[in-house]
Write a protein that binds this ligand. Structure first.
Ligand code: CA2
Length: 144
């Protein structure tokens, strides 16, 4: 089963700025760890990042045909995007929302997520391990 791992705006800078919040790993490091774990779990992942809301929506639409699960860190679009929520509402597979930081420990405006209204599971505050935990959840759900 193909799992899309979708990353939102500014996550291309991971590991290069604000390491006290987001850690030292780059997005390429996270992609490699996800691919290694996915192989172990018998999953296939497609790892994606965009700074553009429309691109993320187009990938979710594509996932309707191609993917059994979507792991998504919508980054700042988490807190603003009804359009990403609407797109996810058209997807019938498993949706796992991932945040590297614990958004509830941060500014008030990060406490609300539009995406959580659709997500089947939500991870936050596990650092970049959250992506790996999300993939384990996809694999366990698939075998359940
Ligand atoms: O904790 C998360 O994963 C977030 O989704 C990250 C978003 C933030 O807007 C959300 O509230 C929580 C920000 C992603 C920006 O990523 C950067 C990474 C390194 C340096 C600068 C930004």
């Amino acid at each position: 089963m193909l799992t899309y791992v979708i990353n939102g705006p500014n996550l291309n800078l991971l590991g290069r700025r604000q390491p006290h919040i987001y850690g030292h790993e780059t997005l390429a490091d996270v992609e490699k760890r996800c691919a290694d774990l996915a192989a172990e779990l018998g999953l296939t992942t497609r790892f994606l990042q965009s700074n553009a809301e429309h691109q993320i929506i187009d990938w979710i639409h594509e996932g309707r045909e191609e993917a059994g699960a979507i792991v998504i860190n919508p980054a700042a679009f988490t807190h603003t995007s009804v359009a990403i929520l609407d797109a996810l509402n058209t997807f019938e597979g498993l949706v796992v929302e991932v945040h590297i930081s614990n958004v509830h420990k941060r500014e008030q405006f990060r406490h609300h997520s539009y995406v959580s209204a659709r997500a089947d599971a939500v991870m936050g505050g596990f650092g970049t391990h959250g992506y790996l935990l999300a993939l384990r959840h996809v694999a366990l759900s698939k075998s359940a």
